[in-house]
Structures are given as structure tokens and as C-alpha cells.
Write a protein that binds this ligand. Structure first.
Ligand code: CDP
Ligand code: CDP
Length: 672
């Protein structure tokens, strides 16, 4: 067990880009489907956590080629069209529910296979019987170590290679059904019917939508049978972007409810209507007082107006109930959460665990933990907030929250601990085993910490090929800053002027053409891009020899600089409103003219020969010496390293080392 972690309350509003990992449910489904596809699939923004690594390792032990790059969050899988190379294997699924169920049904597709499967202590107790029984109907044998029919891990699975017409009792977990659904297209003529009710429609829906995304839509007939009308291997996807984990995102929707007013957190890639049912949490949060708005590719969550009491049915997105239950500690009245009975059989008995820990911090819950312990059928929880009681309990020091090897217990109470309960920054919550977040969100606590601190503006200036763009891009990604490349502004405007017939040496013509142009900006990922009359050119259009040759003369025109200056200065406000942790703007006059009051100002240098070599290596025809001379000798806004800016010569310094240095200045300015 890892050492306990004391949570530091936020003294400043939370702000920045939440580093939410990819969805576990989507990543693990995509891995299984990709292995059953014909050819290679590249998964981007994938989750790297214990559960996905277990599945990756299992696929490798079955003979699949899987390569991954954790740094850039990609996984490449070579699918074999339904063939499973290893006829025998010994697989340990840890406590990974999706891996356990999905693999078991997947293995059934192997004719004459014999596989030894086991899970850890907690997994051995989790529901599996429904799936094993269904597979018996497919001619598979699942045998327990004592030789009898297995109802859970560990077991030996002897496989038939086909499914047939199956019935499954998936009332204990929808994963039992999803596992079979993903295997269906590979076994022509097969069907699956449910006995009893399923608990999580949205996950079944996610499975069906993903089967369709990979080219094998399933149908669900009126008589209840699922089947694949056009069976066969899945179609490999050249690139498949995994959605951010909607459950993990819920902690960042909740955070601005517990941190000081003025909080503003950005969650990239999050959208309602995605594959994950848990995005419905956003609507519940809004009913409680959350302020959430769509902003480009993602949402921005601002300080909640309040945490309102209420009665909520979280049955369809129950993984998020722990987020609501902990935020409810600060509500203005009782919060009732219903429909969560099935979570009592998940990583731990979550309803009991939540009740026990809320009582530990001083709150009354109904039913009380003692009643829950006596009655396994109770399926709801009402939280009765009481700040005074919480203060009394924590007055002796932080309360240690037990986590029951449940990542969601650690994360939800970790979020609540960010609240400044005493108003003086004193910590009041300590998480018993913080590393248990490794199951889905290994970096959860550092992702929380990344949202502490003041808004910081970074000005990066320097000559051509001095590393401004690479440094700024990497800094933005590391710290959640909005990245504004003003060189691209001058290039975009130069291209627009050239296209309209204006010449760089014709002052009057440039002024006339400018008066008819309209500038606007849009955000993709972390980058703000300029559009002229609604058109944002591609990077290659901005770096043609024609633009390279004209841009510095165009940029020397006072009218051109005036046209862009207001737009550039407005970016700081746009970054603030967009929930970014700050702004990094690069160019020639950022620290001198555009943002002379920026908290961090950097001037990058590299010797001329090195810069020439860099451009040549990029295969570009670019008169950089000439541009540098024009840029530093022009009358308006010449390129200068102003007093107070930090000069960094990176001739011999790698990009990471430069970014480390600048990031340290930003951390100091942000007060982190
Ligand atoms: O990438 P590289 O450093 O070669 O150039 P850039 O940053 O794309 O900038 C292209 C040109 O725009 C520069 O040579 C300057 O003439 C002009 N520029 C400027 O005058 N002021 C800025 N803040 C940014 C760029
Ligand atoms: O934006 P700017 O023109 O100042 O330069 P850049 O496009 O970021 O970098 C130009 C080239 O220098 C790129 O190929 C970078 O990979 C390389 N570079 C480097 O070798 N070492 C650095 N510290 C920064 C950039």
C-alpha cells in the first residue's frame, strides 16, 4: 500500500486544463475489437493504466503484436481477423473487470484452446458466473481447480471456437453481455439473448456503437436477440481517437464546486452525446448548480453557483455517484442518490464504503453504514451536509479516508479535500492509499495540483528558427496554456494580402486592403489560430517560399502591426475565459510591445549556423538571416531582448531542457 497523501486545500481558484486520461471502457473495448480486426489499428489518446496494461499484456501472451508509446498515448495493434495465435496460455487479469470478461468471451473464439485464467482476490469475488454459463452453451468448458464447473476465477477454459445461440444472465454486470457482443461478428450465425435485466444500458450501447464504428453493426431484435447481420472480422481503423474518460472528467466538473469562487477548468475532448453514458453526469451537476459551457473541442466548468440539494437517480451512470456524494458534503441540503445498488458488487461495496467514509468525516448518511452492513439489498444513499460537524472532526488534524483498493474512493475524496474547510488552508483530508488511482488515473493527484496557481502569461521572443514554436508548443502541453503563434498571424495576413494582389512595397495598397479584412480566432487543442475573413490556412500554406520572402517586409508596416495588435492582446482574456492555466505567446515583439507586463519573458537564441542547419533539416527554403536583419532593424516594434527578459541560448541545449527551465519560471510565477 502506498503512503497516505495529505490533500492541500486550494487557496486560489482552480484554473487550467484538466489532464484527463482516455476512457478505460473505450480503450479496452478498442483493444479487443482491434485484435479481432483485419490489419493494423492505431489508438490515440489511449489510457495507460493497470487495467489497460493487463489487457495489452494478455493480448501479447496470446501471440498478438501490440506496441505502445506511453509518452504520446498511442497503442498499435495488429489484428488477425478473428484468429488467436496461442492455443494455450496462462493469463492473470488482476482486478480488471473489463479485461476479465472481454478476454474470456474473446478466447471462446479459439477452436480447441485451453487457457488458464486467474484474477486477484477481489476479482475472484466479482460476478463471472453468467458469462461462464453462457459459454457452456457455446460448447466451452470452464473448470474450477477442484474439477467442478467454475463460477468465477480461477478456472481453466476449454474453448470451442464458436458461440451459437446463447443466453446470458448479465444482471450482475453488463460487461458479461458486452464481452459476448464484441465476439458475435466473428462467429457467423450466432446470437445472444439476455436472461433478466441488464444493469447498465449505456455500456451495452457503447459496445454496440463501437462494433459499428469498426464496421460490424449489431442489431437488437424485438424478441431480445442481438446478432450481427453481416458477420466477419472488424475493419481496422487507421487512427481511432479514444474519448477522455467521462468518469474521470467528473472530478474536474466537481472541483469548481469545492474550490474558491472564480474557478474555471477546461476539459478537452469532453462532449455530451459521446460513447460514454457517464457524460450524463454533466446534466446532474448542472441541476445542482454547476456552470458548464461548450468551448471549442471540450467544455469549460466555472465555479458552481451553489451545490443544491436534490434527489438524483444515477443508475445509468453510477460510476459518477461517488463524485456527487462527496460534492454533496458541501450542499445546501440533503442530497439523495438512488439506483446504485449494483455498485455494491464493484471494486468494493461502494455504497457501504462511501457511507462509512462520509460518516468518518462527520456527516450523517441514511441509510447509515451499520444498516448497509446488515442489508445487502439497500440501493441508495442520502448525504446530510454539515460543515460544522466536519470542522469538529477535522480539528484534531486531517481525517484519513480508507480507500478499499477503490480508485474512485481515492479520487472523489481527493477532490473534496481541495475545499478550504477551515478558511485558512489547513488540510483536513488525507487519502490512505493514493496509488490505488493507478487503476484508471495514475496521475490523478498531480493533475489536481496542475490546477493550482495564478494565471500566467509567457512571452517568448527570438530570431527565426531559435526554437520559439517547439518550446512554446511543448510548454503549453505540459502546463495547459493557450499557445498563440504570432508569427503565424503575420504569415496568415501576408498570405491574405498577397492573394488579394497587395504588394509588400505598396503602403497605400496594403492599408486599403487591410481595411476590408476581418480577423477572428478559433482554438484547436491548445492552439489559438487566426482566421482572415473566416479562412485559417494550413501550416504548409503559411511556409511557402513566397510567404517566407514577403512576411518580414509586410510585418514592418505600421498598419499591419496595428491591425494585429488588438487581436493579439485580446488572447490573454480569451485564455482566461477558456479555462487555460495561462498563455504562451511567441513572436518578435511579445515581451516588448504586445505583453510587456507578462509574468514570464524569455528570449531564445541559437547561433546563426545552427539555426540555418535547423531550417535546412526541415527542408525549408527560408532566408532567415535576411529576415532577422529586417526584423531587428525596422522602425516599429523591432525584435529586441528587453531588460528583464531571460536569455536562453539553446544552440547546445535540447528542447526538454529549455522547456524545463521555462516551466520552472512559470511555476514560480503561478505560486505553485
Ligand atoms: O518561425 P520563424 O521564426 O521563422 O518565423 P515566424 O515566427 O513564423 O515569423 C515570421 C515573420 O513574422 C518574422 O520573420 C517577422 O517578420 C514577423 N513577426 C513579427 O514581426 N512579429 C511577431 N511578433 C511575430 C512575427
Ligand atoms: O519557431 P521558431 O522558428 O523559433 O523555431 P522552431 O520551429 O521551434 O524550431 C526550429 C527547429 O529547431 C525545429 O526543427 C526544432 O526541432 C529545432 N530545435 C532544436 O533543435 N533545439 C531547440 N532547443 C529548439 C528547437
Amino acid at each position: 500500500m502506498s503512503d497516505p497523501l495529505v490533500i492541500r486545500p486550494f487557496l486560489l481558484p482552480a484554473r487550467g486544463v484538466a489532464r484527463v486520461p482516455g476512457s478505460k471502457s473505450v480503450t479496452n473495448r478498442a483493444l479487443v475489437i482491434a485484435a479481432l480486426a483485419d490489419g493494423e489499428t492505431l489508438l490515440t489518446d489511449a489510457l495507460f493504466s493497470r487495467d489497460t496494461l493487463i489487457l495489452i499484456a494478455a493480448l501479447r501472451s496470446l501471440g498478438f503484436e501490440v506496441s505502445d508509446d506511453k509518452r504520446i498515448r498511442t497503442i498499435r495493434v495488429r489484428g488477425l481477423g478473428g484468429k488467436i495465435p496461442a492455443r494455450t496460455a496462462s493469463i492473470h487479469v488482476g482486478n480488471a473487470g473489463t479485461a476479465a470478461r472481454f478476454l474470456t468471451a474473446f478466447l471462446a473464439l479459439s477452436p480447441g484452446g485451453r487457457y488458464e485464467l486467474d484474477g486477484d482476490e477481489a476479482m475472484r469475488a466479482r460476478p463471472m458466473a453468467g458469462l461462464l454459463e453462457a459459454l457452456r452453451g457455446a460448447g466451452c468448458r470452464a473448470t474450477a481447480p477442484d474439477g467442478g464447473p467454475a463460477t468465477g476465477f480461477p478456472f481453466t477454459l476449454e474453448t470451442s471456437g464458436r458461440l451459437g445461440a446463447l443466453e446470458v444472465d448479465a444482471s450482475a454486470s453488463s460487461q458479461l453481455l458486452s464481452a459476448l457482443l464484441m465476439a458475435l461478428p466473428l462467429s457467423p450465425g450466432s446470437s445472444v439473448r439476455m436472461r433478466g435485466e441488464t444493469v447498465s444500458e449505456p455500456f451495452v450501447e457503447m459496445t454496440m456503437r463501437m462494433c459499428a464504428q469498426f464496421g460490424r453493426p449489431l442489431t437488437h431484435a424485438a424478441d431480445g436477440a442481438w446478432s450481427c447481420p453481416a458477420p466477419g472480422p472488424y475493419a481496422a481503423a487507421k487512427e481511432y481517437a479514444v474519448e477522455p474518460d467521462a468518469t474521470a472528467a467528473s472530478y474536474f466538473i466537481g472541483l469548481p464546486a469545492v474550490t474558491p469562487p472564480g474557478s474555471c477548468v477546461r476539459i478537452g475532448g469532453y462532449a455530451e452525446g459521446g460513447l460514454q453514458g457517464d457524460t450524463a453526469f454533466a446534466r446532474v451537476a448542472e441541476r445542482c448548480g454547476a456552470r458548464i459551457r461548450t468551448d471549442g473541442p471540450g467544455v469549460v466548468v466555472e465555479s458552481w453557483t451553489k451545490v443544491a440539494s436534490g434527489d438524483f437517480d444515477l443508475n445509468a451512470f453510477s460510476d459518477t455517484f461517488l463524485t456527487l456524494a462527496t460534492v454533496a458534503a458541501l450542499a445546501d441540503g440533503a442530497v439523495r442518490i438512488r439506483g446504485i445498488g449494483h455498485t455494491r458488487k464493484q471494486e468494493t461495496d461502494r455504497v457501504l464504503a462511501m457511507a462509512t467514509e462520509l460518516e468518518r468525516i462527520g456527516l450523517k448518511v441514511t441509510p447509515a453504514s451499520s444498516a448497509l452492513r446488515d442489508d445487502a439489498c439497500l440501493s441508495e444513499l442520502t448525504v446530510h451536509p454539515d460543515r460544522e460537524a466536519m470542522r469538529r472532526v477535522a480539528s484534531a488534524g486531517p481525517v484519513r479516508i480508507r480507500t478499499y483498493e477503490d480508485h474512485r474512493m481515492a479520487m472523489s475524496f481527493g477532490m473534496l479535500g481541495c475545499h478550504d474547510l477551515f478558511g485558512d488552508g489547513r488540510p483536513w483530508i488525507e487519502i490512505e492509499d493514493p496509488a490505488c488511482t493507478g487503476k484508471t488515473f495514475p496521475d490523478f493527484f498531480s493533475a489536481l495540483d496542475a490546477l493550482r496557481g495564478r494565471f500566467v502569461r509567457v512571452a517568448v521572443d527570438g530570431g527565426a528558427a531559435s526554437g520559439k514554436s517547439s518550446t512554446s508548443r511543448a510548454l503549453a502541453a505540459r502546463l495547459g496554456l493557450l499557445h498563440v503563434d504570432t508569427g503565424a498571424h503575420y504569415r496568415t495576413l501576408t498570405l491574405a494580402l498577397l492573394k488579394r494582389g497587395a504588394r509588400a512595397d505598396d503602403d497605400a495598397g496594403i492599408a486599403r486592403t487591410l481595411s476590408g479584412l476581418r480577423a477572428s480566432s478559433s482554438v484547436t487543442g491548445l492552439a489559438a489560430r487566426l482566421a482572415i475573413d473566416g479562412v485559417t490556412p494550413s501550416d504548409s500554406e503559411l511556409r511557402t517560399p513566397e510567404v517566407n520572402a514577403a512576411v518580414s517586409s509586410v510585418a514592418a508596416h505600421p498598419a499591419v502591426r496595428a491591425f494585429l495588435l488588438g487581436h493579439q492582446r485580446a488572447q490573454a482574456e480569451a485564455a482566461r475565459a477558456g479555462g487555460f492555466a495561462g498563455l504562451v505567446m511567441e513572436g518578435r515583439d511579445i515581451g516588448s510591445v504586445v505583453m510587456p507586463d507578462a509574468e514570464v519573458r524569455v528570449f531564445l537564441e541559437a547561433d546563426a549556423a545552427a539555426r540555418e542547419r535547423r531550417r535546412a533539416a526541415e527542408g525549408m527554403q527560408d532566408p532567415i538571416g535576411h529576415r532577422d536583419r529586417m526584423d531587428s532593424t525596422r522602425a516599429v516594434s523591432p525584435m529586441v531582448c528587453t531588460p528583464g527578459a531571460v536569455r536562453i541560448d539553446n544552440t547546445e541545449l535540447g528542447l526538454e531542457a529549455v522547456v524545463d527551465r521555462v516551466a520552472a519560471f512559470v511555476a514560480a510565477a503561478a505560486g505553485r
